[in-house]
Design a protein around this ligand. Structure first.
Ligand code: NAD
Ligand code: LMR
Length: 341
């Protein structure tokens, strides 16, 4: 990977940096796995004051990792303006995590103020061309809230993570077909990062299964509806129930994949990945709604929504369901935002 900035360190701000996703993500950033083996990295880490000692310990471990690309000292703070100052990339993990049995909607109120405050802080101190990824749940709507308070950064620079769901689907297809993961292309996640998301294999292919035949190869639509789709929709809950903690290692890997593709471009001209981005109106999705779409990326943080896929009745039904959920989350967030203003 040709470095994005050959003459200076890339500044990466990470919130929730004392948490469990960060513990898997920071080594990927510091080692060059995400931004390449020649890109120097400066980390600016944020967490709440109560997590200061943990965060300091994480910084000790980053020092002890002796990463050649990492600038020292690593900045750690509980002041958002300090963490976001001058950042090129902003990774927003910090949020109130879902506990077993808790509904995602319960998180909206808890996280609304966090993402308002961080949107305002970004507005004050971030670079106007910073690139932001929201991971903290409910990720789509947190990203929407952030973007309402952060007008300095172009809306299309604010994204959220659907890549974990995308990777889960890709891996499941590979396992079902006994293929290599790298041979599976163009699975798609549509909509919300929640149990209503639509994991879609309609346009997926492998060297053995040509485009258009994947639904049949996986057992046909009834098999998809009863097994494959719910498995991906509920995978996060499955991991949470097993670990008593939400996915972290796989989430960190997915964040790295999202950032690398976004900043350096998707691997081939026709490769599709899934990202939560503001809708441009494609597929009848309300303009501005943060929705997981099929996208193709080009070096420098550019992407385009792949907007010309034919959607049949089977897929449309799922897309409508996740769209309805996101509309209602946004309505709730709008209510909260108008109270906050
Ligand atoms: P965690 O609880 O281990 O860590 C979260 C950290 O955020 C904690 O250290 C906490 O102190 C910190 N924090 C809380 N409020 C903050 C604030 N205002 N500013 C800065 N830091 C703050 O959680 P985790 O496992 O690392 O997960 C982080 C989030 O990512 C959760 O919301 C989780 O549900 C979500 N998640 C999303 C996906 C996805 O695919 N979108 C996948 C996995 C997890
Ligand atoms: C996941 O998909 O694993 C997480 O988003 C689950 C969660 O709610 O934290």
């Amino acid at each position: 990977l040709t470095p994005l900035y050959p003459d200076r360190a890339l500044i990466v701000a990470v919130t929730g940096a004392a948490g469990q996703i960060a513990y898997s993500l920071l080594p990927l950033l510091a080692s060059g796995t995400v931004f390449g083996p020649q890109q120097r990295i400066k980390l600016q880490l944020l967490d709440v004051p109560a997590a200061e000692s943990v965060l300091k310990g994480v910084c000790c471990e980053l020092e002890d990792g002796a990463y050649p690309l990492l600038d020292h000292p690593v900045l750690y703070t509980s002041v958002a303006d300090e963490a976001f100052a001058g950042a090129d990339i902003v990774v927003l993990l910090g949020s109130f995590p879902r506990k077993p049995g808790m509904e995602r909607k319960d998180l909206l109120a808890k996280n609304g103020t966090i993402f308002r405050d961080q949107g305002q802080a970004l507005n004050r101190v971030a670079k106007a061309d910073a690139h932001v990824i929201v991971v903290g749940n409910p990720a789509n709507t947190n990203a929407w809230t952030l973007s309402q308070f952060c007008t300095k950064i172009p809306k299309e620079h604010i994204t959220a993570l659907a890549r974990l769901d995308h990777n889960r689907l890709k891996s499941l297809v590979a396992r079902k077909l006994d293929s290599a993961v790298s041979d599976v292309h163009n699975v798609i996640i549509w909509g919300n990062h929640s149990a209503t998301q639509y994991p879609d294999v309609t346009y997926a292919y492998t060297p053995q299964i040509v485009q258009g035949k994947m639904r049949a190869a996986l057992g046909g639509d009834s098999q998809l509806a009863s097994e494959v789709i719910p498995l991906i929709q509920k995978r996060g809950a499955e991991v949470l129930a097993l670990r008593k903690l939400s996915s972290a290692m796989s989430a960190a890997k997915a964040i790295g994949d999202h950032l690398r593709d976004w900043m350096f471009g998707t691997q081939t001209e026709n490769e599709i990945v899934s990202m939560i981005v503001p809708s441009d109106g494609s597929y009848g999705i309300d303009k501005g709604l943060m929705f997981a779409f099929p996208v193709q990326c080009h070096r420098g943080g550019k992407y385009r929504i792949v907007s010309d896929l034919r959607i049949d009745d089977f897929s449309r039904k799922y897309i409508e369901t996740t769209l309805a959920e996101l509309r209602s989350e946004r309505e709730e967030a709008m209510r909260l935002v108008s109270k906050m203003c």
